[in-house]
Design a binder for this molecule. Structure first.
Ligand code: AMP
Length: 208
């Protein structure tokens, strides 16, 4: 199972990719998480990518993103399958991916702009274990991770002014992928309760 989870930011792609990859025993590859980790580690390329691109709501250049994904897909844990969460985000990335591997399913998780803005501005992430919380999945104790007791923080690019730019970037650069993948695409309603979204995705990826 080599799947792509498409859809605007804030539709729950990351949460679903995390749960479903664990359930299916396949790798979860989030390019956004890879960029955040590189910046946190103080990697010069990662810090520059944050300052120039993702911290401002812009996409990181294709060549750098494709190189990272190519290296990641060559790792052992991807042999059984993977879910790509947040990649590809442009047509050149999709074309490059076609040269690297074969994709079996593309799941497009859709929500209205109003719900996306509400979700993203309420989203928090554990600074230690990276678990995501939000209106649908609140922590038991405010500001504290249920699992590791780490401090919950807001992502730099989840501030409202940056969210609007990210949505514009999605419309312009990522939405054309829906047409690109039309033969493999299955659309799932991302405004349902998260367990129902998960069921719909599992059903979609099990279809022959
Ligand atoms: P995400 O966690 O998927 O919302 O990604 C956070 C940010 O990382 C995005 O807003 C982009 O700036 C950057 N990013 C993640 N994936 C890609 C990609 N495939 N191409 C370019 N930039 C990306």
């Amino acid at each position: 199972m080599n799947a792509i989870f498409l859809g605007p930011p804030g539709t729950g792609k990351g949460t679903q990719a995390e749960r479903i990859s664990v359930e299916l025993g396949i790798a979860h590859i989030s390019t956004g998480e890879m960029f955040r980790q590189l910046a946190n580690e103080g990697n010069p390329v990662g810090v520059e990518a944050k300052e120039k691109y993702w911290g401002k709501g812009n996409l990181v250049p294709d060549d750098l993103t494709i190189k990272l994904v190519k290296e990641r897909l060559a790792k052992e844990d991807c042999k059984k399958g993977f879910i790509l969460d947040g990649f590809p985000r442009t047509i050149p990335q999709a074309e490059a991916l076609d040269k690297i591997t074969k994709i079996s399913k593309v799941i497009d998780i859709e929500s209205s702009e109003e719900i996306i803005i509400k979700r993203l501005s309420n989203r928090r992430q554990c600074s230690k274990c990276k678990k995501i919380y939000g209106i649908d999945v609140p922590p038991k104790k405010e500001g504290i991770c249920d699992i590791c007791q780490g401090k919950l923080i807001q992502r730099d690019d989840d501030r409202e002014e940056v969210i609007r730019d990210r949505l514009k970037v999605y419309e312009k650069q990522t939405k054309p992928l829906i047409k690109y993948y039309k033969e493999k695409l299955i659309t799932v309603d991302g405004e349902q309760p998260i367990d129902k979204i998960k069921q719909d995705i599992i059903k979609a990826i099990s279809l022959k």
